[in-house]
Design a protein around this ligand. Structure first.
Ligand code: ZN
Length: 825
């Protein structure tokens, strides 16, 4: 037997010599390709792979149905089937078959946008990976309707989308529906699918290039269509699909030159586009661009544990604390991107990143019974309430509490593909006719390998809660094939045995170990991935720390008090509030911080759902002290982190940390307790020195003095102050000083969101200063300007005062606001 090690880079090179395909259940699949015109299918592996001239890709997806998830992953999928995804037709107005524009042959009806395809994308695959007839039939009903809705020109589905963007097509929802059809075809081999998709892509290809640069969502997300075009090309050999992919790439958002849009879901699915296009362009700069995009986003906004980033709708400068949220849609799209990038690049870092999100963030986005979800999950989040947290959270309204209903419109539907897609990617086919364990979870995989023999590998493991992965081989005859095993970045000393004998694995972290041998029925390979505690310091977030054990990150165990606030008996809505203290800083061993933790493992078999506070299979014990001044702030959020180390005179306590994915209330980025002259005092934030006659609930008076410079008067990317929805009234806003200041000028930057919004520069305004108990107008001012896109400078006879007040008369029928207000001596 031979054990070799390949780095991701080497493997990508190795992938060059793929030879000759045969057929499996993917046999059905490959059949479509065999009859098509054009380029010959690439040979070598036993499932559909990239045709020339596309680059081969490092790994190949196995046909859906080849992998049967077991253990906790299967349980999550069953919860999903019994919970929201399996029953969304009962509770979502977008999933009502009657009168849906997606369900009618003529494309007429209600609701033809992204919601239904979002749900169907996960629902179909959920049925396929569980082989659940009810779910499969539920999805099938919709897919049959879609397949019968095609127009002679190739367009299908909701006709309203055909003119949805100022008379031009809105091409975004169809991107998602094409993903639905891909999986449907992979599972069923239905012969309607490929001609249908090809006809639609011909229609798409007949669109002018500008069509792919149009629309806020489509422009950013057209990489999804490029992936579909390659998928279809690999099965049909229709070369126009490569022209289509190139045309899309040339006209859509340019992700190759950097990040130009900061919406969290756009980032999560858009950033990968250059790497997808790399398959056609075969220039490594495209692979590097996807990695650079990831690093850019994470470097600025992902400076805390959990694998997500601060994008509580958009990433916003200044909002980078771990209390910022990551949308559930962003989570599952990011995971899907990582799964794609593993196959394209062969770099195991993408699977590591996928596991990081899957284990540490996704479970907490949902109730343990999969009957409700939240829009935003934060690394530090100490109450899941339905209150408005804007503008500390960008969106107003309910974002944190658990609900199965339309309050979380997109996520309610899109969350469905997270676990099913994950389950389909546990095992991958390799170009050297072997199999790769890409994401570790208990499962069984059946595939052709080596000389074409069919083998079944059963993977037994408690991973990520255990460090042993046992693979049993079932095969009718001896067969030689390589077994590729991903070595995660955190695993310094992996070990392996075959049939009880140690084999030498000189595998580095972030590589694939390969056991290439002749396998017999009953052979057993055991991989050991020893886990160690490690402590990460987040220098960009005030030197907070997070604690990892293998792929798991740990959060403080906080008592959860669940209160039902709405919904029904079957579909309740929940708030979760802390029943125990959460404001702890950790006491760390100065020489070796990792030594500060005691690992406690629960005995016995893994609970069906390990992602709950009670069921956590692994916990850590640590020493900590309370930080009394660390509190929930006036936005109802956990207070922002301050510089560690932090002084605390509180007694030392022993606290329990649980896996972050099991912690729905969570502190995962911890302050560090220090002492002596280097320790900092934690200061309670002072109330802002500004106040107003009225401020809109989603805005903040603090915006006036936050020092963030507006780009123009309609800059919606920064916090603002507005008097909305007071219209046409007289209003004021006031600036208080702690001690008297001599002031001789002010500068005011007005907010104005014409033509669509309701705010304009005021009709007129005046400036007053405080003298004793009363307000006096300043003297000698020549002008109280209302120009837009600039500061309005007003100089006056100097005054010594403890406060200034702007009084405005709003324009009739309009409100108004201020982006920034500066005062000077
Ligand atoms: Zn969403």
């Amino acid at each position: 037997m031979k054990a070799t090690v390949l780095s991701g880079v080497k493997l990508a090179v190795l992938a060059g010599f793929i030879v000759m395909p045969a057929m499996t259940a993917a046999e059905r699949e490959a059949g479509g390709g065999a009859q098509a015109s054009g380029v010959e299918p690439r040979s070598g592996v036993f499932c559909v792979t990239n045709r020339a001239p596309l680059a081969p890709g490092a790994f190949i997806k196995l046909p859906i149905g080849s992998i049967r998830p077991r253990g906790w992953l299967r349980h999550q999928l069953e919860l999903e089937a019994n919970g929201m995804t399996g029953h969304l037709e009962e509770i979502s107005k977008w999933c009502k078959f009657e009168n849906s524009a997606w369900a009618s042959a003529d494309g007429q009806g209600q609701f033809g946008w992204e919601e239904l395809p979002y749900w169907l994308k996960g629902c179909g695959d959920l049925g396929y990976v569980l082989n659940d007839e009810r779910i499969i039939n539920q999805a099938r009903k919709w897919i049959d309707a879609v397949l019968s809705s095609q127009e002679p020109d190739g367009y299908f589905g909701p006709r309203a989308n055909k003119t949805g963007l100022d008379g031009k097509p809105d091409l975004w929802p169809h991107m998602v529906m094409l993903n639905v059809l891909q999986s449907f075809y992979e599972f069923t081999g239905d012969e309607r699918a490929l001609p249908f998709m090809t006809k639609y892509c011909r229609w798409l290809n007949a669109q002018p290039g500008e069509a792919f640069g149009r629309g806020y969502w489509p422009r950013i997300r057209f990489g999804d269509n490029i992936e579909t075009a390659y998928w279809l090309y690999n099965r049909t050999g229709e070369t126009f699909l490569l022209d289509l992919a190139r045309k899309i790439h040339d006209h859509m958002e340019n992700w190759t030159s950097g990040v130009h849009n900061w919406h969290n879901v756009n980032l999560a699915q858009g950033f990968r586009e250059p790497a997808v296009y790399y398959l056609q362009a075969r220039d490594e700069k495209f692979l590097r661009a996807a990695e650079r995009n990831y690093q850019t986003v994470m470097g600025l906004y992902g400076q805390f544990p959990g694998g997500g980033f601060a994008g509580d709708e958009d990433c916003r400068p200044g909002y980078t604390d771990p209390r910022q949220g990551f949308e559930t849609c962003g989570m599952v799209e990011f995971m899907h991107s990582f799964e794609m990038l593993t196959k394209i690049s062969g770099n195991p870092v993408w699977s590591d990143r996928c596991e990081e999100l899957a284990f540490n963030s996704l479970p907490a986005a949902l109730t343990p019974d999969w009957k409700g979800l939240q829009y935003l999950t934060c690394a530090n989040q100490v109450a899941l309430d339905k209150a408005n947290h804007a503008p500390a959270i960008e969106n107003g309204g309910t974002m944190f509490s658990y609900s199965p209903f339309e309050v979380y419109r997109c996520c309610q539907h899109n969350v469905s593909h997270g676990w099913p897609y994950y389950a389909e990617e546990l095992w991958l086919a390799t170009p050297d006719r072997g199999l790769c364990a890409s994401l570790y979870a208990a499962s069984e995989v059946t595939a052709k390998v080596g000389d074409g023999s069919t083998v079944t590998l059963s993977e037994e493991t408690d991973y990520p809660f255990g460090d042993t992965v046992t693979v049993r081989v079932s095969t009718a005859r001896r067969v030689k094939f390589p077994l590729h095993l991903r070595i995660p970045r955190w695993c310094a000393r992996p070990g392996a045995k075959v049939n009880g004998k140690n084999i030498s694995l000189k595998a580095r972290p972030l590589s694939y170990a390969v056991i290439d041998r002749e396998w017999r029925d009953g052979d057993v390979a055991v991989l050991q991935l020893p886990m160690e505690v490690s402590v990460n310091t987040w220098a960009k977030n005030h030197y907070a720390v997070s604690v990892d054990y293998g792929p798991l990150t740990f959060s403080l165990k906080i008592g959860e008090q669940w209160t039902r606030y709405g919904g029904t008996e079957t579909w309740p809505e929940w708030e979760v509030r802390p029943a125990t203290a959460w404001n702890y800083g950790l006491l760390l061993d100065g020489r070796d911080p990792a030594k500060s933790f005691e690992i406690v493992r629960e005995r016995g078999s893994l609970p069906a759902n390990p992602f709950t506070t009670e069921n956590a299979p692994v916990t850590l014990r640590a020493k900590a002290k309370k930080i009394p001044a660390w509190k929930v702030d006036r936005f109802g959020l956990v207070g922002k982190l301050q510089d560690s180390p932090v002084r605390s005179d509180e007694p030392t306590e022993t606290v329990t940390l649980i896996p972050m994915g099991a912690a729905r209330l969570r502190v995962s980025a911890f302050p560090v307790i220090g002492s002596g002259s280097k320790a900092n005092e934690w200061t309670e934030p002072k109330p802002p020195p500004v106040s107003a006659s009225h401020c809109f609930a989603n805005d903040t008076v603090e915006a006036l003095v936050d020092g963030i410079e507006p780009k123009n008067s309609h800059d919606q990317s920064i916090p603002r102050f507005t008097w909305w929805d007071h219209r046409g009234t007289a209003e004021w806003v006031q600036y208080d000083f702690t001690k008297p200041r001599k002031i001789s000028a002010v500068e005011v930057y007005w907010f104005d969101d014409a033509p669509n919004g309701g705010c304009r520069a005021p009709q007129s305004w005046k400036l007053f200063y405080r003298q004793g108990e009363s307000w006096k107008p300043v003297e000698g001012a020549a002008l109280f300007g209302t120009k837009l896109d600039a500061y309005n400078h007003t100089a006056f006879q100097p005054v010594e005062t403890t406060g200034l007040r702007i009084e405005v008369q709003l324009q009739p029928n309009y409100s108004g606001g201020v982006l920034e207000w500066k005062v000077s001596d």
